[in-house]
Each structure stands twice: as C-alpha cells, then as structure tokens.
Design a protein around this ligand. Structure first.
Ligand code: SF4
Ligand code: SF4
Length: 285
C-alpha cells in the first residue's frame, strides 16, 4: 500500500514495472489506506487529519500496546462518515517523506521514529497485505498510461483520487490510442501530458455531474465487481451516446439533449487533442 514499494525495503515489483503508490518525494497515494473514504471532508480537512495523526504518533512508544491504543483513539476521532463500507480507514496513514508533506505509512520501517523496524504487522490489514497489495489501477493501466498519470499530477490529493478512477482513465487512454491508431509508447509520454492534464481537470470538475453523485474518487479496491453508489445510468438517451461509458464513470446527468451534446463535444475534443499532440510531436523535425 501507500509509499511502500519505492522505498529500498521494497516488496514485489509493481505490474508493468511502474508503481503508482509513491513517486519519489513528490507524490504518493493513500487511497487503499482509506484516505478518501469519508464524506464531506475537504482537502484541508484531510491535511489536518494527516498532520494530527503524524504529530500524535511521534509521541507514541513503539510497543504493541501503545500503538494499538493510538489506533483505537484515532478510530474514535475519525471525521466524516465512510463512503465505502468495505474500505478500512487506517489510522496509521499520516504525512511522511523528506518534507513531511505527502501521505505515507507511519508504521513503515523508514518512517520517522521507527528505527528501521517494520510495525505494519500491527495494522488492520497486516504486514503482508500492506507490503504486497497492488490496486486495480496497477493491474489495469498500461505502463505508459501510468507514467503519464504520475508525471501529470500536480499534487497528492488529485493524484490519489485519479488513481481510484482507473476505469475512467482506461477509457480515456484506450480511446485516445484508437484515435491515434496505435498504442502509446514511452517516447509519446511527454507530448501526451498537456492533453491528459486537461482531461484530468475536466474529470475532477465535471460540469455535468449528477448533483446526487458523491463526486470523483472510487472504492480503491473496485476491480469491476464492486459497483459504487452513484453509478446509475442517466436519463433517456444517455445510453445511446458513444460516450456513455465515460458518462457513467463521471456520474453524469443531463438536463437536456443539448447538455449531453455539449458534454460529448468536450470529451471528443479532449481525446482528439491527445492524438493530435502525439502525432505532432512525431512529425516535429
Ligand atoms: S490505491 Fe493503489 S496506488 Fe494507491 S496506495 Fe493503494 S496500491 Fe498504491
Ligand atoms: S498500516 Fe495502514 S497506512 Fe500503513 S500501509 Fe497498511 S493500511 Fe496503509
């Protein structure tokens, strides 16, 4: 889970050789540790939560009893209701990294105060799962797609949310490749970045989101068998659109056919932009 596999005490290699959990000291994801599994908690609220846990855990003696007592107390203080009942909100997710400003596991052997000892065996999921788990995004996104996702991300908050949206990202890249007429390769990645950034911004702030939809971010363990709430098809005509799979993932609802047409145009432009940018880069002298 979060931040584990880029550190020297690494577990198994990530599928495709590209990990999403941590990108050096710049980015990390804590989605499967339950970071986003709460309703009504803003980014500022998450920062406050991670900062508080980190500060509290600093003073916790590294004994099983004290660590367990810390966890029980943090569980009691959890803000917001869980959004996904089956996803545990691990109280050991705090801030780590050289700058102490990206999500990370407070029980990791390299986290502050642990003296190289791996305490993850004391967690809800246990040491093995925390070391070896790879979420669906790792398995379903191709290596170039994952590298583009990592390179495009401006901050950990949006990055972790997008990691959980692997089905939407898969749709975008697969359709982009179809328009390009071939698979994206490593040499295309830089050219693809601006188009992907624009798509990510659109997806995170989708103008046609159903007001009843909980917003971006999915069950981080969802591999297609666990449909989260808010995925109901939209009004009549929705399913006939060639972009219906996108609309579903984006939690769309359209007030009129004109609205739907505008959303289609937006996605169409976004996908064409990706293909055109990659082609242009190849044609450049
Ligand atoms: S959700 Fe995926 S990328 Fe994020 S920490 Fe878990 S395994 Fe890593
Ligand atoms: S102990 Fe908690 S924070 Fe650490 S990797 Fe496991 S689930 Fe994530």
């Amino acid at each position: 889970m979060v931040g584990e596999r880029l550190l020297p005490a690494a577990g198994p290699a990530a599928p495709g050789g590209v990990t999403l959990c941590r990108v050096g000291e710049r980015l990390s994801c804590g989605a499967c540790c339950g970071l986003y599994n709460r309703t009504g908690v803003s980014r500022a609220g998450l920062e406050e939560l991670l900062g508080r846990r980190t500060a509290r855990f600093r003073g916790v003696p590294r004994t099983a009893e004290a660590i367990d007592a810390y966890a029980r107390e943090e569980e009691r203080r959890e803000p917001g209701r869980p959004r996904f009942a089956e996803v545990y909100r691990c109280p050991f997710l705090g801030f780590t990294g050289k700058g102490g400003d990206i999500p990370g596991c407070l029980l990791h052997p390299q986290s502050e105060g642990n003296g190289g000892v791996d305490y993850r065996g004391l967690s809800f999921y246990g040491g093995l799962a925390c070391r070896d788990y790879f979420c669906p995004a790792h398995r379903t996104l191709k290596a170039p797609w994952k590298r583009i996702l990592r390179a495009a991300a401006a901050d950990w908050y949006a990055y972790g949310v997008l990691v959980t949206e692997h089905r939407l990202l898969g749709l975008f890249f697969a359709e982009g490749e179809a328009r390009l007429g071939r698979a994206l390769e490593e040499e295309d990645e830089e050219a693809a970045l601006p188009a992907f950034r624009a798509f990510a911004a659109l997806a995170l702030d989708w103008p046609w989101r159903d007001p009843g939809h909980p917003g971006p971010g999915r069950d981080p363990f969802d591999d297609g068998t666990r449909r989260p709430p808010g995925d109901a098809p939209g009004p009549a005509g929705f399913c006939r659109s060639p972009f219906a799979p996108f609309f579903r993932e984006l939690g769309s609802r359209f007030a009129s056919p004109g609205d739907r047409d505008a959303a289609e145009r937006c996605l169409d432009e976004s996908l064409s932009r990706l293909a055109a940018a990659v082609r242009r880069a190849l044609d450049a002298p």
